[in-house]
Each structure stands twice: as structure tokens, then as C-alpha cells.
Ligand binder design. Structure first.
Ligand code: BMA
Length: 340
């Protein structure tokens, strides 16, 4: 009998490998055959990383950040039977506007994919006279209709919650600057209709812990659990050789997710393997999605590695919640409602 519950569908075909008997740090382990997506994955695309996947029909579907050979990032659709081996559509996703006319963003990166009720939403970073949030919806993965950008620049790392809370859509985001932002806290905004966003609340700041002391940003869509919203996010530290991106974990209040109930003082995963330490941007583990099975508590975490590859890691609900709770350090700014 598991200690904690996930409130989400069962995913019996979730990809899985058993973990070790014991852990020296967090109970998160890598897929032994990582990376699951290597270099030059399709024509005209040099690297795929920072991508989001989810169950769909009898298999899986995903939106992938493809760095084209001209250096411009765009989003590509991929399908898989096992969520490990992926087949990509050759052309980038052809977004349209509400009238069905072509409406391609200038660039698009770091997509997240979230299902709310019967609609799938893609949320990414795009140009809107500066780095901003892009959003589109689809019900069939054939027609992708762009929506209004929720915020003015500069903002990145937007993540939708998988259901309305108190009747409102909820979105995490990370206000930023126009470059390689040297600061950044996570905020929560709500909307009645996915067009107008307001009641902005501070969720959590860059950490006092060294591994996340420069900036943080939302990662995978939060997982609803009996303890609150389980959030995997990225935390960044600065070194004499540049930024290092690690994966962190927090649990947000189920009805008021701007309140952080638990926040893990240690990273859950940090660059250690060659595909995380070596690549276009070394030392990056950047989570964008999970697949999770409510029956078994299995969680598969998808993360970009070194801006060059997609990595897969695993954990289990009871293990990760206990670890986050046992290592939780929250500040006053974390636990307050986030309004000043
Ligand atoms: C961030 C984002 C991510 C990227 C990371 C490391 O600012 O642009 O897409 O993975 O930097 O380069």
C-alpha cells in the first residue's frame, strides 16, 4: 500500500527501469541507455533537448525543441510506442491563428505540453518583441491554434497546471531579461479563460542553497498528489566556467499553489554523466515533463541534457515525497501567499 497518492490517470505502459537498492543522495536514477535522443535526430535539426511528452492514444506523443542547423530553435512533433524511441515529423509544427491562417512564431523553444480537460496546450518561449511566452492548443495533434501570449516580455519557463484550481487556469512563469538572465523567481498567475491573466503571486525565489542561488524556473507540469502539487523545477548556480543547471523538487499547496509546503534543500539530479556535462552548453539538466502512473507511483522525468540531448530519469512517488519532506527547507517568502 503506498503512503501517498497521485491524482491522475493510470499509465500502465510507462517506461521504467528499477533503481538501485540504496541512494547516496536523492532517490532519482537515470535510464541506463541515456541519452534517449542523440545528435542530428532529423533532417535539418542538429539537436533535440528540453522537450515535453505525454501519453496519447495507445502510445505517447511529444513536442520537441529542435535546434535547426541554422541555429534557430523550433518545435517538432514526435510519436512513440514506448516513450523511449521517438519518431519525429519532418516539418516543424505548423501553427495557425484562430482563422486558420498560418501563424508561425519567429522562434520557439523549451515547450511544455499539458492536457486540461479535453484540450492539449503547448506552452513555450517565443519572440514577442522580446522573449515571451507562446501558447497554442490542439485536440487532435493535427491543427495547432495559437493563443494570446499571456504576458508582456520578458518571461520564460511557463508551465500550466493540469486542471483548474478554484475555477481558474493556473500558470507558473519566470520573469526574466532579454539575455541569459542572471536572476529569477517563479510566479503564479491565474486566468478565467486562458486569455486574461492576473492575480500574480510570488511562489518561490532563487534558493539560499548554493546549487540554485542564481535563478530557478518551473520544469514539468505539476503532478497532483495527496501531499500537494509535486513540482520538478530547475535551479541554477554560477561558476567561474558558467551556469550549472540542476533539477530540484518542491511541493505546493493544493488549493493555493503560491504557497510552498516543502522545498528540497538538495538537488535531485545534477550534471554528472557525459551527456549532461558535455555538449552545446555543458552542465545542464533541464526538466520539461514527466510521465507518471497513479497506480504504481512510478514517475519518468524527461530532461534536456547539455542543450544537446534528451535524458530520462526515474523516481517513485513515495520515495521522492519522503525525500523532499525529509530535506525540506522553506523560507518566509516561500510559505507566504506571495502578494505584497
Ligand atoms: C536557459 C534556456 C534553456 C537552456 C538553458 C541553458 O536560459 O534558454 O533553453 O537549456 O538556458 O543553456
Amino acid at each position: 500500500m503506498s503512503k501517498y497518492q497521485m491524482i491522475s490517470p493510470e499509465v500502465p505502459n510507462i517506461p521504467w527501469q528499477e533503481g538501485p537498492e540504496s541512494f547516496t543522495g536523492a532517490p532519482v536514477w537515470r535510464y541506463r541507455e541515456n541519452p534517449i535522443i542523440g545528435r542530428n535526430p532529423l533532417k535539418g535539426v542538429a539537436r533535440i533537448f528540453n522537450s515535453a511528452v505525454m501519453p496519447y492514444e495507445d502510445g505517447f506523443i511529444g513536442v520537441f525543441r529542435g535546434e535547426q542547423t541554422n541555429g534557430i530553435p523550433y518545435i517538432y512533433l514526435g510519436r512513440s510506442q514506448d516513450a523511449i524511441h521517438w519518431e519525429f515529423e519532418e516539418n516543424k509544427i505548423a501553427f495557425v491563428d484562430e482563422e486558420g491562417n498560418p501563424a508561425m512564431p519567429v522562434y520557439a523553444y523549451d515547450p511544455r505540453l499539458v492536457k486540461i480537460e479535453d484540450t492539449y496546450y503547448i506552452i513555450w518561449c517565443q519572440d514577442c518583441y522580446g522573449a515571451s511566452i507562446g501558447m497554442a492548443k490542439t485536440t487532435d495533434f493535427k491543427t495547432f491554434t495559437r493563443m494570446e501570449s499571456p504576458f508582456v516580455p520578458f518571461n520564460r519557463n511557463a508551465v500550466l497546471f493540469p486542471r483548474k484550481i478554484n475555477g481558474k487556469y493556473m500558470l507558473l512563469s519566470r520573469p526574466s531579461d532579454s539575455g541569459h538572465t542572471p536572476f529569477g523567481d517563479v510566479f503564479l498567475s491565474e486566468s478565467p479563460d486562458l486569455v486574461y491573466w492576473g492575480r500574480h503571486r510570488h511562489v518561490m525565489g532563487k534558493g539560499s542553497e548554493w546549487w540554485e542561488n542564481v535563478k530557478i524556473g518551473g520544469g514539468a507540469a505539476p503532478i497532483e498528489t495527496s501531499e500537494g502539487w509535486l513540482l520538478f523545477y530547475h535551479g541554477v548556480t554560477g561558476t567561474c566556467n558558467g551556469y550549472v543547471y540542476s533539477i530540484g523538487g518542491a511541493i505546493l499547496d493544493i488549493d493555493n499553489p503560491s504557497i510552498v509546503k516543502y522545498r528540497c534543500e538538495t538537488f535531485l539530479l545534477t550534471p554528472e554523466e557525459w551527456y549532461e556535462e558535455r555538449g552545446f552548453v555543458p552542465n545542464v539538466c533541464f526538466p520539461c515533463a514527466t510521465i507518471h502512473d497513479s497506480k504504481t507511483g512510478k514517475i519518468a522525468i524527461y530532461y534536456g541534457a547539455a542543450d544537446s540531448y534528451v535524458g530520462l530519469a526515474f523516481t517513485e512517488l513515495d520515495l521522492i515525497i519522503d525525500y523532499i519532506k525529509d530535506h525540506s527547507v522553506v523560507t518566509a517568502a516561500d510559505t507566504e501567499i506571495g502578494k505584497r
